[in-house]
Ligand binder design. Structure first.
Ligand SMILES: Cc1ncc(COP(=O)(O)O)c(C=O)c1O
Length: 346
């Protein structure tokens, strides 16, 4: 920690308009800290529930388990984000929070989920791993969540190698998380270095924290990457539009839509096809390497207790494919991928 991490936090607050930001070593640790901090502060019990999506990277759901709480899976909608109706049906007397994942940068029906959380007194945690630069109705995402966590991992829109940012709505939570991410120590190394006199080493350890803070090397990279974020995201949207034009009118290829009002970071451009696995093999043999984001988490042994509860997520998990989308792609590359997709989709 040092002046670079502080500068990265200040730059991120200025860019997003969010009131608080603490730089961490990853998004995964941020989600853990968010849930653990809310759990301690609000006296949540171990078997209390957090409603979450099965269509995400396992970090989102592991975070709930790290904090000793119970993930309850709700189903996804046409945007592959949590479906508010399904979330509402999963609310019980033990529900304490909803973890919303803006998959691919899409806001989905986030506003309805936020409304539901407000009405039912639930905390809203936004896993914004894919959402650096995503805006909803002109404002950067995260404004109305209790906590928003970004990822600046190597393949994300703002890549640093590995780091993340946790943004609490409440300033007290921000102050608290700074201690929790630094082993529970109540003075960070930078504050100690800056302090004068013989008492620099006199800190207290008030509670059991973790070594989860971000470092100046990642921050130095992030500060520069942030200058290019909007420009890079605009190029991602351009690539997505080329794909949309190239694949328009293809009955076997459904492109997942961006929700109304959302200017997506376009971390992913996802399509749905019926012959996904065979198509992936054909594309790979033509040196095109799409991704799959993600496998329905209830298919993993750890989360198999949720199997069968989210049919829309299960079906999506069998049909989705994320098309190549990176800064070095050209229009000609996109045309090549479109031609292959059209030729080999049933
Ligand atoms: C939806 C989602 N959540 C969380 C994470 C975890 O991010 P990090 O690698 O910064 O821990 C990822 C990373 O792939 C992700 O895609």
């Amino acid at each position: 920690m040092g002046f670079k991490t502080e500068a990265m936090e200040a730059d991120w607050k200025a860019y997003t308009g969010l009131p608080n930001a603490h730089f961490l070593s990853s998004n995964t640790v941020g989600l853990h800290l968010a849930i653990e901090l809310f759990k301690k502060k609000n006296g949540w019990a171990d078997d209390d529930e957090v409603i979450t999506t099965p269509l995400t990277f396992v970090s989102s759901n592991h975070a709930i388990l790290y904090a000793g709480m119970q993930p309850v899976f709700a189903d996804v909608d046409q945007y592959l984000c949590l479906d508010p109706q399904s979330v509402e049906r999963r609310i019980t007397a033990k529900t304490r929070a909803v973890l919303f994942v803006g998959i691919g940068g899409n806001t989905g029906q986030y506003e309805k989920i936020a409304e539901l959380c407000r009405a039912r007194g639930l905390k809203l945690i936004l896993d914004a791993a894919h959402m650096s630069g995503s805006r909803l109705n002109g404002k950067h995402v995260g404004q109305d969540a209790d906590c928003t966590v970004f990822s600046f991992q190597a393949v994300k829109n703002l890549p640093t190698a590995d780091s993340g940012m946790i943004c609490f709505r409440d300033q007290e939570d921000d102050a608290q998380v700074r201690k929790l991410s630094w082993l529970g120590i109540n003075k960070d190394t930078y504050a100690r270095t800056a302090a004068q006199g013989a008492y620099k080493w006199m800190y207290d350890v008030e509670e059991l924290g973790y070594k989860y803070h971000g470092n100046s090397i990642m921050a130095a990279i992030g500060i520069v990457q942030l200058k290019y974020l909007d420009q890079d995201n605009a190029y991602r949207r351009q690539l997505a539009n080329w794909y949309r034009e190239g694949l328009a009118g293809q009955p076997g290829i459904h492109i997942v839509e961006v929700a109304p009002g959302c200017e997506s970071s376009t971390h992913l451009l996802q399509i749905r096809v019926k012959n996904r696995d065979a198509l992936l093999t054909v594309l790979n043999s033509n040196e095109v390497y799409p991704g799959v984001h993600y496998r329905d988490n209830t298919e993993y042994g750890l989360y198999s207790f949720g199997a069968g509860t989210c049919p829309a997520a299960k079906q999506a998990s069998e049909e989705i494919m994320s098309l190549p989308l990176h800064m070095s792609l050209s229009k000609a590359d996109v045309d090549t991928v479109c031609e292959l997709l059209i030729r080999f989709t049933n």
